[in-house]
Design a protein around this ligand. Structure first.
Ligand code: AP5
Ligand code: MG
Ligand code: ZN
Length: 215
């Protein structure tokens, strides 16, 4: 099953993708996570991407597309994949089409998570991420049992650099129009499924599972 999970920052792509990828035994490929790993390891690509991410801007298409092309050639994607946060521009969508064509694959569906922007700002400004295993928390909506510590691995919870309120607003501004363009692109291909992501995470998961069972 080859799926794209898209939606504005904070709609819950990462939270849901972890659950769906495990359920369907397919790799969860998140461009944001790959960039952050590269920034941490100080690779050349990480150094190039860091300035854009910190400012809430998109990393240039050529860097992002080359990275995804390489990732989709890995053998663990043979039985499918769940893309989280790619594509984010029409150029990236066209690149994905041609990467998949070369690999003899196609998308089964594109799911777009949707929620009002006030909800997104609140989710992002309260997000905390485990510095060790990457699990997502929220100070109000899904707090850890013990303050500042990951329930799963005991790692320290951190706030993402780009989750400061002014950067959050910039990220929303940058992605708003592009997300609409992508929705039209995939609607025309009859691949788009829109999902209201404003209810609690479990409710959203059930809706997504119901859609994916039909793919
Ligand atoms: P990326 O890491 O992908 O960030 P994003 O798109 O801004 O999305 P987020 O990860 O912030 O949100 P999410 O939808 O995953 O929500 P989450 O589940 O965490 O990208 C970072 C940067 O990398 C970009 O700004 C860009 O610079 C660059 N980049 C990445 N991909 C790129 C591309 N293709 N092209 C160019 N540049 C690219 O949830 C958020 C919070 O809400 C959490 O605290 C969670 O616990 C909580 N929450 C989740 N669901 C619910 C719910 N249903 N109810 C209540 N709380 C919830
Ligand atoms: Mg994410
Ligand atoms: Zn952890």
């Amino acid at each position: 099953m080859n799926i794209v999970l898209m939606g504005l920052p904070g709609t819950g792509k990462g939270t849901q993708a972890v659950i769906l990828a495990e359920k369907f035994s397919i790799p969860h490929i998140a461009t944001g996570d790959i960039f952050r790993e590269n920034i941490e390891k100080a690779t050349e690509m990480g150094r190039k991407a860091a300035q854009y991410i910190k400012a809430g801007e998109l990393v240039p298409d050529e860097i992002t597309c080359a990275m995804i092309e390489k990732r989709l050639e890995e053998p663990d994607t043979d039985n499918g994949f769940l893309l989280d946060g790619f594509p984010r521009t029409l150029v990236q969508a066209a690149a994905l089409d041609s990467i998949l064509e070369n690999l003899g694959k196609e998308l089964q569906g594109v799911i777009c998570l949707q929620a009002p922007e006030e909800v997104l700002v609140e989710r992002l400004s309260g997000r905390r991420v485990c510095s060790n295993c990457g699990t997502n928390y929220h100070i109000r909506f899904s707090p850890p049992e013990e303050g500042g510590i990951c329930d799963l691995c005991g790692g320290e919870l951190m706030q993402r650099d780009d989750d400061r309120e002014e950067t959050v607003r910039r990220r929303l501004q940058v992605n708003r129009g592009k997300t609409l363009e992508l929705e039209s692109y995939y609607r025309e291909k009859d691949l788009l499924q829109q999902v209201d992501a404003s209810p609690d995470p479990k409710t959203v998961t059930s809706k997504l599972l119901a859609i994916m069972e039909r793919f």
